[in-house]
Design a protein around this ligand. Structure first.
Ligand SMILES: Nc1ncnc2c1ncn2[C@@H]1O[C@H](COP(=O)(O)OP(=O)(O)OP(=O)(O)O)[C@@H](O)[C@H]1O
Ligand SMILES: [Mg+2]
Length: 268
């Protein structure tokens, strides 16, 4: 079954639109202005990365889209429908894997499907275990898997719900460099198959260029969009390609990390 928003996007769903989005947190140390005047359209089926200094509001932006944190200004829509809370149309992958330690990998992946009373939840879970290269580990518990394998199980769990959009908060941050590059290809393989809209936070400029159609740079306090860089490179991408290196130069210069010594209070 398809809805009208789905139809209007030529069969694709997952268009996210942020209009004049602002977010202020009230805390015991005063008000924190986390996001200000964010205007951004993420096309259905596209892969967008968010990059910026620590504390500039990247996670807040994902949480706002997930409906986990209320806005204080503006609006966010998914396929034209205003977001006013969490929903199964949006998956969330956290930096540290968030598997239930007392459930097997298959039970973890099937968890949301069972909650949604989906038929054949275990078969569906097994399909996603296969897609994410975890066949044979369905009966294992999370502590018996490596960090990368757990992160793949998290992806499987989110993707099994067939979300229109997947929000990834530094999903590969805890992995070593080689596993990380391997996982980038794994995620891209799933994305190319399903064309789920992906919005990924990363601190890794190469990762953003390698994976994304568009890289959004946020500047801090309050978080604002500094620049969006469309990555017009064919896929699969070559990290050593001259144009790839030129995108890296552009982004690092925009973040003021091209090579001179930074002010000591500035982190990424
Ligand atoms: N639940 C909260 N309550 C109060 N303030 C918060 C909350 N979450 C985030 N903040 C504040 O909002 C600002 C943005 O935080 P956020 O976690 O979105 O940054 P970030 O860009 O994801 O940083 P990092 O790269 O370190 O993960 C920070 O100043 C932070 O202290
Ligand atoms: Mg964060």
């Amino acid at each position: 079954m398809v809805n009208s928003a789905y139809d209007s996007l030529n069969g694709r769903r997952g268009q996210i639109e942020l209009k004049n989005v602002g977010k202020k947190y009230k805390t015991n140390i005063g008000e924190v202005h986390a996001l200000s005047d964010i205007n951004l359209t993420i096309e259905a089926g596209s892969y967008v990365s968010l990059i910026g200094a620590s504390g500039c509001g990247k996670s807040t932006m994902l949480r706002v889209i997930a409906g986990l944190t209320p806005l204080t200004a503006g609006s966010v829509t998914l396929d034209g429908k205003e977001i006013d809370g969490p929903g199964s149309d949006r998956g969330f992958v956290f930096q540290e894997h968030a598997l239930f330690p007392w459930l097997t990998i298959r039970q973890n992946v099937a968890f949301g499907l069972k909650e949604a009373r989906k038929q054949n939840a275990n078969d569906e879970a097994d399909k996603w275990l296969e897609i994410t290269g975890l066949t044979g580990f369905g009966n294992a518990f999370p502590h018996q898997l490596s960090g990368g394998m757990c992160q793949r199980a998290c992806l499987a769990r989110s993707l099994a719900m067939n979300p229109a959009a997947l929000l990834l908060d530094e999903p590969l941050g805890a992995l070593d460099a080689f596993t990380r590059m391997y996982m980038q290809d794994e995620i891209l393989r799933v994305w190319e198959n399903r064309k789920t809209t992906m919005l990924m936070v990363t601190h890794d400029v190469d990762e953003a260029i390698y994976m994304s159609d568009c890289v959004v740079l946020l500047s801090p306090r309050p978080g604002r969009i500094e620049k969006t860089v469309e990555i017009e490179l064919p896929r699969p991408r070559d990290r050593n390609d001259d144009r790839f290196i030129s995108y890296r130069k552009t982004i690092l210069e925009s973040l003021h990390f091209a090579g001179f010594r930074r002010e000591p209070d500035f982190y990424i």
